[in-house]
Design a binder for this molecule. Sequence first.
Ligand code: AVI
Length: 317
Amino acid sequence: MQNVLTELAQHVAEGLRKEPKALSSMYFYDDAGSRLFQQIMALPEYYPTRAEFAIFREHGAALAAALSPAAGQAFSLVELGAGDGAKTKLLLRELLAAGPDFTYAPVDISAGAMTGLVEALRRELPALRVAPVVEDYATALTQLRTWPGSKAVLFLGSNIGNFGPNERLSFLRQLAAPLAPADRLLIGFDLQKDPRRIRAAYDDAQGVTAAFNLNLLTRLNRELGADFDLAHWQHYTDYSPLTGAVRSFLVSTRAQQVRIEALDETINFAAWEVIHTENSYKFTRPQIEALAAEAGLRVVKIFTDAAGDFADVVLAR
Ligand code: AVI
């Protein structure tokens, strides 16, 4: 706990000294944030989750085949950021039915989420072998280097979109490094589409996404002894079809000072100054191909939903 606090405090100290001020969306996911994200995934405006579900429902058997190594070879299905595993269960069912010898290794930083997932899997898919890994991505990726046997690594839900261009490339290179030629990666990419639909997905009518963004300030109040007054902060989001990025901001609606006890610091915010809190990149197919090539990967197959909103891309070295 001490480490986590120190890391958060350090991040906030650096982020609020930047020009413009910025905090990482990585810190959205405390318990309240994770619950709000579950609600976001069910919102009418938030299409990515439904689109990826549709891909898993429509192409489950073909996905399972594309991820399995040659017949008879045992493999691990590693999932980074498993969450509640809802989508993956569709794939796991296909794999169990097709009969390859595999172990499911969900990776999640939250021990609570992992316990829930493992219990649900034991109940719903008793024949499944599960080897849970409670680690952050970086540690899990290091472990992957020494992972025995063949593997298929899943990174779903457009999580790749939350990295900036440089981080995205280095993350993919890290994912590619431990892969043998028969190993596979499956990455979920949200595709560029009507800009209004994209923007609406990040500024829903019920205000759940606003609450999700603002919850970051509640977290800083609780964990760092800050005194952000939420009445004077707003959620704002924009989408640029040129960069493909949805950017989310917390906007200070008046000039104000915020005390952060853990840093022994008072931060000044001008009226309408922003804290940039998230990027959610949307991709074109040529961008996905180019990114894969830069990371030393080749595109084996691209699965999309019927509307062409989302792509699950199978990659190999
Ligand atoms: C987790 N991640 C892929 C979500 C996204 O779409 O970028 C997080 C999110 N932020 C606002 N709404 C959803």
